[in-house]
Design a protein around this ligand. Sequence first.
Ligand code: TXA
Ligand code: MG
Length: 351
Amino acid sequence: MTKLFDFKEKINEENLIECSKCILNGGTVIFPTETVYGIGANALEYTSVEKIFKAKGRPGDNPLIVHICDTNMLNKVAKNINEIEQKLIDNFWPGPMTIILNKTNLVAQNVTCGLETVGVRMPDNEVALKLIKESGVPIAAPSANISGRPSGTKVSDLFGELNGRVDYIIDYGESKIGVESTVIKVIDGKVLILRPGKITPEDIEKLGLEVILDKNIFKSVENGDKVESPGMKHRHYAPETKTVLVYSEDESKMVEKINEIYNGRISKDTNFKLSVIGFTEHKGYFKNMNFIDNGSIKDLDTVSKNIFSNLRKLDKLDCDLCVIEGVKKEGLGIAIMNRLVRACEHNVINI
Ligand code: TXA
Ligand code: MG
């Protein structure tokens, strides 16, 4: 049985303590972070962590991120932190940055899937920080979704697939950011971005550091390819509906292409149903198509917040195809396009 606590109006301290006890006793709690919801368990206990993999149906070779609330806890899970890593930590924590560090022996072996490194982050969310602090242990947590599905950014989205698979769910409303944390690793004095997120390459460059985007961020990884982060290999974010991503720097060309796709298909099949996940400004241009509003093209913060929830909405519509409008790959647009390219399984039309 899963117990649901509603903290949307107010954080209930008693309920929070109940959840932290659950973590300490080896159970699982879905909790909010500023990026997406996570499925948490005690990162120091193998059998607790095992429950996360089971709840998600997560492949056993995809390591988890460890969530901490202070420096003491950081030193419990990671060692030999160098100057650059410390600089990143000082500047971006608490916040949406996961940093891959050398692990200590205290971290349960299945958290890192046998790797010598561990991904660590201090989330910028009051409930998450309190839960970790009350539990007194670092919390391992992947995104709250069945493996391969879009990450959960609101409880109403994730409840259906995870109810009954965890001990507690804490509802704290919609996630503020909506895409998962930026995952980075410092190699030879440079910052390698393994997964783009709200913290952009420019944000890191402002600290005087050199930044490299991993070559696999927009690539489909084949079996046998060597990857820096195991998560790159796995199928991700895919809705059940067939999806295509369309991008052009010229907005009107994007709209035109979508209409061309629709007209081509409807002329052959009068029952053909097309959904568009698109920008508010374009709403009026998609006649007879089902429009799902992804936010204003001028407001990428809102777009990133909407993506996962809209991909889930799509599957409820029962349409034949969905076309998604893309954004420019810069700033937060890099993270948005990384998620969209994968949601479309690399089915992309660039104009
Ligand atoms: O925003 C987030 O990061 C959310 C919230 C809950 O904190 N968590 C999240 O976790 O997105 P997950 O498990 O869905 O994604 C973790 C990513 C995966 O791509 C995984 O391969 C990578 O981080 N990762 C974890 N540990 C790693 C390691 N030691 N080396 C390389 N990549 C690692
Ligand atoms: Mg995930």
